[in-house]
Write a protein that binds this ligand. Structure first.
Ligand SMILES: Cc1cc2nc3c(=O)[nH]c(=O)nc-3n(C[C@H](O)[C@H](O)[C@H](O)COP(=O)(O)OP(=O)(O)OC[C@H]3O[C@@H](n4cnc5c(N)ncnc54)[C@H](O)[C@@H]3O)c2cc1C
Length: 401
């Protein structure tokens, strides 16, 4: 791979890194991408365990990157309704009532990655490599990077898309504030005995956890759902250790609270996975010659399914400020990177505030607030302007418009 003349090096080949490399190339930069492992070439028989609810803004970006069209339609589930229930009250969103095609789309991580891999193959502005970056140092003339294989390269702009334990963040001297939620997300797919009606169900539990069932496309004629149970660590360990059939029984017991008794039965259709949850934020998302994106910049509670969406909107914002910069400004110009930081501040803070605020509000310490919480949920359900604002924010549209 020729290392000459790259204007930006993207470190991290997860979904955010791959999307960033493509978007920056579309913005006219010559880009090198490191850590880009190709996705498994074939989809697995059932639906994969690692899935995302992609919002309208993220879908728009994936369309512009010519990746969305590569995801097989039969592996995408449109979400037409969302139901959030707690304390005997509920809030329901419908795509039809909100005047949108869908509230979100559920896709497999591997399918999005395969689509991005294909788009990268045709993007001449990106040189992509699975090799990782071992070290980076800021010099007078930009960054000097050392690759794991020993080669070195230089670039004026370093883009950190290397996940929650970001080394780019550390190499840049950017601090990070982290607070473990002491919860773990337990994930498993189930086939159900009746239609899920393209509805995503979520409920807050008395122990401060969140149970979510997301609709998946049908497999072998049976409707599927994906469980994301954000449970206190001790309960999560217990759930993980259960045979999947017994986990199904525990989830069945949650169906009345979820308002999802219509699903009737649940049969596990895959193994059980688990992710520890943390609230984490880099002290800055931009600094001299560096921009942080995705989980390298912020990690939020998955209750609203927004981590990847935030990361893809980082990509969108960075590409926008780079393509609109003046001829006198280099890609690594301080003013350009500060514009990126400003563009991201509000949405990231609002989402952190909303997810963390809800986590606290529904924690066992706030049990006495249950009647008020129920009232709040009912009020949000009955007040169309509030509902419309919430739906717009969740879609990412209100932020980017
Ligand atoms: C249970 C759960 C459910 C979720 N559901 C949703 C959802 O429905 N919707 C949603 O939007 N988000 C969701 N999220 C959040 C989402 O998973 C993350 O926000 C997203 O995956 C972050 O992507 P990323 O590319 O920033 O980081 P990562 O996926 O962590 O990718 C980082 C990449 O960088 C590479 N890397 C690291 N160091 C180096 C190096 N030195 N050199 C080169 N490469 C390097 C790594 O190998 C990796 O490939 C969920 C999260 C959890 C835990």
């Amino acid at each position: 791979m020729s290392m000459l003349g790259n204007e930006a090096v993207v470190v991290g080949g997860g979904l955010v890194g791959k999307a960033a490399a493509l978007a920056l190339a579309q913005a006219g930069l010559r880009v090198a991408l490191y850590g880009a492992q190709p996705a498994p070439p074939q989809p697995q028989a059932g639906f994969a365990q690692r899935i995302y609810a992609v919002n309208a803004a993220s879908r728009g970006l994936l369309e512009r990157l010519r990746a969305w069209e590569q995801i097989p339609a039969e592996r995408v589930q449109a979400v037409q309704a969302m139901r959030i229930a707690a304390d005997g009250a509920s809030l329901r969103f419908d795509a039809y009532a909100q005047g949108v095609e869908s509230l979100a789309w559920i896709v497999e991580s591997d399918a999005v990655e395969r689509a991005l891999d294909l788009a990268l193959r045709f993007e001449r502005g990106v040189q992509s490599s699975p090799e990782t970056v071992a070290q980076a140092r800021r010099g007078n003339q930009g960054w000097e990077l050392q690759l794991a294989g020993g080669a070195t390269l230089r670039a004026p702009l370093l883009v950190g898309a290397d996940g929650r334990a970001s080394q780019v963040r550390a190499w840049s001297g950017i601090g990070v504030r982290a607070r473990p939620y002491e919860q773990t997300a337990v994930v498993c797919n189930f086939s159900c005995g009746a239609s899920h009606g393209a509805c995503a169900f979520q409920t807050f539990t008395a122990d401060g956890g969140v149970v979510a069932l997301l609709p998946l496309p049908a497999h072998e004629g049976r409707q599927q759902v994906s469980l994301v149970w954000s449970a206190p660590d001790a309960l999560a360990r217990e759930l993980q250790a259960l045979p999947a059939q017994q986990l199904a029984e525990r989830v069945l017991a949650q169906l009345p609270a979820l308002g999802a008794t219509g699903l009737r039965s649940l049969e596990p259709s895959g193994g059980i996975g688990a992710w520890p949850l943390v609230l984490q934020r880099a002290e800055r998302v931009a600094d001299a010659g560096v921009a942080l994106l995705g989980d390298a910049a912020h990690v939020v509670h998955p209750m609203a399914g927004h981590g990847l969406n935030l990361g893809l909107q980082d990509v969108q914002a960075l590409a926008a400020v780079l393509s609109r910069r003046s001829a006198a400004e280099s890609a690594a110009h301080e003013a350009v990177l500060q514009r990126y930081a400003r563009a991201r501040a509000e949405q990231v803070l609002a989402l952190e505030w909303a997810t963390d605020g809800l986590h606290r509000l529904y924690s066992p310490g706030f049990k006495r607030m249950a009647p008020l919480r129920a009232l709040g949920l009912l009020a949000a359900d009955r007040l169309p302007p509030i509902k419309k604002w919430l739906a717009g924010y969740a879609s990412g549209r209100s932020v980017l418009s």
